[in-house]
Design a protein around this ligand. Structure first.
Ligand SMILES: O=C(O)c1cc(=O)[nH]c(=O)n1[C@@H]1O[C@H](COP(=O)(O)O)[C@@H](O)[C@H]1O
Length: 270
């Protein structure tokens, strides 16, 4: 199924714009999981099963798996999501960016090895570095535009001939790169004014919005700036605030409690 079709279905069926971020840090796992050889898979699986009915997508961050030689656990986790929660798309957060021949390998890794439905990609090497992902027309390609971190302004706010660099990225993607209708953009919840500007430039394009929860972004301001006329258009990501809500054996129930609160706070603004 086309990523955008799956995402729209999940927005409607789940009544949720919440993206649950899977950034597993073993140092923060509950004690009873610490020594298990597949602790990363087990932790994420329990979070996924506890929150799937509250989420429009899951976003595993590849570095947390690769840093621990746990790519096999990432594969198993995405297989588990597809098998048990087939209506919930998986956005692989890898922020790839390289010349075309190398990008081809990254695209195979994301879409064929890991079977992700979408990937985050860095657009700053230009169109030919993104083409290998766009060659999979059913897969989502979500390009960094206005990132949530403070240093994002160092480059993304530079004036490039009368507009800011992030505005150029938004226009380029909306007007040129999105021929298959499979592009999205990343815009941080920490910068609601820029969410509004990107929404203005891109129509109803889906925006991945990280930065609520641990980074302190404001849900109401994010929604006012970014929601589309039908009250959708956003994948609002929260990772640490959900994953580490609890520290004990009930961590998955605690994650569910925070995911529910977050989904409801988002829906209150739709
Ligand atoms: O592409 C991303 O997902 C991303 C872009 C961005 O601008 N800021 C950002 O925080 N992220 C990711 O979103 C997640 C945020 O995690 P929390 O701050 O714990 O909710 C992390 O996986 C980040 O890598």
């Amino acid at each position: 199924m086309h990523f955008m079709t799956a995402l729209k279905g999940a927005w409607q069926q789940r009544n949720s714009l919440l993206c649950v971020g899977l950034d597993p840090d073993p140092a923060r796992f509950p004690a009873h999981l610490q020594d298990k050889p597949d602790a990363i898979f087990e932790f994420c699986k329990q979070i996924v099963d506890a929150t799937a009915d509250l989420a429009c997508c899951f976003k595993p961050q590849i570095a947390y798996f690769a840093a621990r030689r746990a790519e096999d656990q990432l594969e198993a986790l995405i297989d588990h999501i597809h098998a048990r929660h087939p209506d919930t798309p998986v956005v692989l957060d890898a922020k790839r960016g390289d010349i075309g021949s190398t990008a081809e390998q990254y695209a195979v890794e994301a879409f064929e090895r890991f079977r992700a439905d979408a990937i985050t990609v860095n657009p700053y090497m230009g169109r030919d570095s993104v083409d290998p992902y766009l060659a999979y027309p059913d897969k989502g390609v979500i390009l960094l535009c206005r990132t949530s971190n403070p240093g994002g302004s160092d480059l993304q706010f530079l004036d490039v001939g009368g507009e800011k660099l992030y505005e150029r990225v938004a226009r380029l993607v909306a007007e040129d790169w999105n021929a298959s209708g499979n592009c999205g953009l990343v815009v941080g919840a920490t910068f609601p004014a820029e969410i509004a500007r990107v929404r203005e430039l891109t129509g109803d394009m889906p925006l991945l919005v990280p930065g609520i929860g641990a980074q302190g972004g404001d849900i109401a301001a994010t929604m006012q700036a970014g929601r589309t006329a039908d009250g959708c258009g956003l994948m609002i990501n929260s990772s640490r605030a959900i994953l580490y809500a609890g520290k004990g054996e009930d961590f998955a129930a605690e994650a569910r409690r925070v995911a529910l609160e977050t989904r409801d706070a988002i829906n209150a603004q739709r």
